[in-house]
Design a protein around this ligand. Structure first.
Ligand code: PRX
Length: 653
């Protein structure tokens, strides 16, 4: 947090929105964007209030648009709304009734399409099954699913009856699932026997069975059958979705929710302690994800839209499910991933469904580059009209490849900066209006007052590095950390202390602004590692390592990786007089994968007898980062307690 941020990137290329794109876009020119931005800045509450009335259905109007008592915020207090109504019911009385809402492609090549009417029916059935299992408004439902239509259906069903969902990424282990279910005191878990990924079955129910003996609050498990492999079903606790579905009606009126009722909890990593349960509420989240989907992706009614994220992450929540469906879009999901048996599957799907908008992550783009141009070039990608990226800064060369090879120099690219905590896209081009520069997320969305400041909250100069902050509340901001309001305040509002009534939301990124006011996000400045666009806290991985009986102390850092952006390097001190071995290193890697999930598996374990610490005992991670990346240590080492540690660590390389 205190290390100076140096900015080195100098990118001069500028890509204007193609005229044919701008002509039909929702926001057609820079002037139009600037006018919207100025209007929102002058009176944010009025700006959001008008959009809330125009874009969403409310059962009852709110009495207070914005109630801001930092860091507590309420948007549209008193308003009654249901996001599943906005995503489904309201389209049924329009021509969209029989439009494809959800297209699903399974990894083995099977597929399903749900129209809005069909999706509505499935959601109502699912909601009634949840009710039958005793789920009431306010009860937390854990969702631990592969990428199946039922994952989306379960989320919407929870929203319909006012049960906050807590989706846990299917790649997390039973241990990680247990921790999250316990924190949320979940009452029911929705899962599947398994799912297909890279030609293998991911055995989800097995992980649920491992987790549940230590989750006393869960009374029932609802299991979707996907793979058909034999799994144990515990009588009284486990139920097949296809069985219970037979006994309920398809009539389930949406629960009128207060705008500030919790819609979901989603866990994310911070720099300290266990994962944080980020809380999002209903009305503001519905509005913000709706309008950002419409303007950033320039969604048109004829578009087939594909976001490749997993529903277990915020991108899946906001830009697979709620944003697109609220707009009446056709949203596509894919169960699997590129794999040796079908390396071109992404391009095959674009060709098969005529995908128009494709939203993915830089790590995926880098792995496509590695696969070679011949793959995308052997499919028809001419349906594409817009590309998007999210998850980490995109290196300009990857941007250019995406632009040339996938977009065929025809499609604008929206590089969207945001976070689990922000709920929706904060900084991004609007593709018909804002010229893009490879590597820059460009300009803030109307209503978002973003800045780059120093630790006192003073704006830094042009092209100077600083802390990326947001200076005014927005509708989809996180409301709190579940059950821990104090952590919410400490984590986001105190790094840069309030000044003269001005509060600064800061969640870990460094950035600079160039002469045109464009934002260049430079990555995390805290102890969060971004592996393939997934946020991992160093503390979590260190705790997992220390939970192994052989380990006395551990410190993990990220180091650059060509495909994943960063990978994990762990420095480990063993108990007693044990010495490290390749075998033990493998065992520790496996142990972390079991405790957290394969995404957290360290790429390298380095055994050591000491760690570089300050006199107050704080591990100096920046030194470890340099060592891990095999770089010279040029930064200040004067606060180091024992300087010989560094020499010993270096010798170990
Ligand atoms: O460091 C930023 C990076 O991802 C972090 C948020 O991670 P998460 O909450 O998991 O959400 C990811 C999907 C929204 C940010 O603090 N990040 C995300 N998008 C970008 C980015 N960094 C640079 N450019 C982006 N477009």
């Amino acid at each position: 947090m205190t290390a100076p941020i140096e900015s080195v990137l100098q990118e001069q290329r500028l890509f204007a929105p193609p005229p044919h794109f701008a002509q039909t876009a929702h926001i057609k020119s820079m002037a139009e964007y600037q006018e919207l931005y100025a209007r929102a800045q002058a009176d944010p509450a009025k700006f959001w209030e008008e959009l809330a009335s125009q874009e969403l259905h409310w059962f009852d109007r709110w009495h207070t648009t914005l109630d801001w008592q930092p860091p507590q915020v309420q948007w549209f207090a008193g308003g009654k709304i249901n996001i599943s109504y906005n995503c489904l019911d309201r389209h049924l009385s329009t021509w969209r009734r029989n439009k494809a809402a959800l297209i699903w492609e399974g990894e083995p090549g099977d597929s399903r399409t749900y129209t809005y009417a069909q999706l509505h029916r499935e959601v109502c059935l699912f909601a009634n099954v949840l009710k039958q299992l005793g789920v009431k408004k306010g009860d937390v439902v854990g969702i631990y699913m592969p990428m199946l239509p039922e994952a989306v259906i379960a989320m919407l069903a929870c929203a319909r009856i006012g049960a906050p969902h807590s989706v846990v990424f299917g790649g997390f282990s039973g241990e990680a699932l247990r921790e999250r279910l316990n924190d949320g005191r979940a009452k029911v878990v929705v899962t599947a026997d398994g799912g297909w990924r890279k030609d293998a079955i991911v055995p989800l129910k097995e992980q649920v069975d491992a987790a549940l003996p230590q989750v006393p609050t869960v009374e029932n498990v609802l299991v979707v059958q996907r793979t058909g492999q034999r799994i144990p079903m515990e009588p009284g606790r486990d139920h097949w979705w296809h069985d219970l579905k037979q006994s309920v009606s398809a009539d389930c009126p949406p629960e009128p929710m207060d705008a500030e009722d919790i819609l979901f909890i989603l866990y994310t990593s911070g720099s300290t302690g266990k994962p944080k349960g980020v809380v999002h509420t209903t009305g503001g989240y519905n509005l913000y994800t709706h309008i950002t989907t419409k303007w950033v992706f320039d969604l048109q009614d004829t578009d087939v839209y594909w976001c490749t994220a997993d529903v277990g992450w915020i991108t899946g929540h906001s830009y697979i499910v709620y944003g697109p469906l609220s707009n009446g879009a056709t949203t596509l999901i894919y169960e699997g991933a590129p794999r040796p048996s079908n390396p071109g599957c992404m391009w095959q799907i674009i060709e098969k469904y005529g995908v128009n908008i494709f939203y993915t992550a830089p790590t995926a783009i880098r792995s496509f580059i590695k696969q070679g141009e011949h793959l995308p070039k052997s499919y028809d990608l001419s349906s594409l009209r817009l590309l998007g990226t999210v998850g980490e800064p995109i290196n300009p060369e990857a941007w250019m490849w995406y632009y040339r090879i996938i977009g065929q120099e025809r499609c604008p690219i929206v590089d969207t900066w945001w976070q689990t905590e922000t709920g929706g896209i904060m900084i991004s081009a609007l593709p018909g209006a804002i010229p893009t520069k490879p590597g820059s997320a460009t300009l803030p969305f109307p209503g978002i007052i973003a800045d780059v400041v120093d630790l006192e909250g003073n704006p830094v100069g042009e092209n100077e590095g600083g802390y990326l902050v947001i200076k005014h509340p927005w509708p989809s901001m996180m409301r709190t950390v579940y059950n821990d309001p104090d952590r919410f305040r400490r984590s986001y509002w105190e790094h840069i202390p309030p000044k003269e009534g001005q509060y600064f939301y800061f969640a870990g990124d460094g950035a600079r602004r160039d002469k045109d006011g464009y934002f260049w996000v430079m990555g995390r400045v805290d102890d969060v590692i971004n592996v393939a666009g997934h946020r991992l806290g160093t503390m979590e991985i260190e705790s997992a390592l220390v939970s192994h009986p052989a380990v006395a102390e551990a410190a993990v850092v990220g180091r650059p990786d060509e495909i994943k952006g960063e990978e994990i390097c762990a420095f480990v001190i063993l108990e007693g007089f044990q010495t490290g071995s390749e075998e033990l290193a493998q065992e520790l890697k496996q142990h972390v994968a079991k405790e957290i999930g394969a995404i957290a598996r360290p790429a390298e374990i380095r055994f050591t007898d000491a760690l570089p610490k300050t006199r107050s005992g704080k591990i100096m991670r920046r030194l470890l980062r340099s060592l891990a990346a095999k770089q010279e240590i040029t930064s200040d080492t004067s606060t180091l307690e024992d300087r010989s540690v560094l020499d010993r660590l270096r010798e170990g390389i």
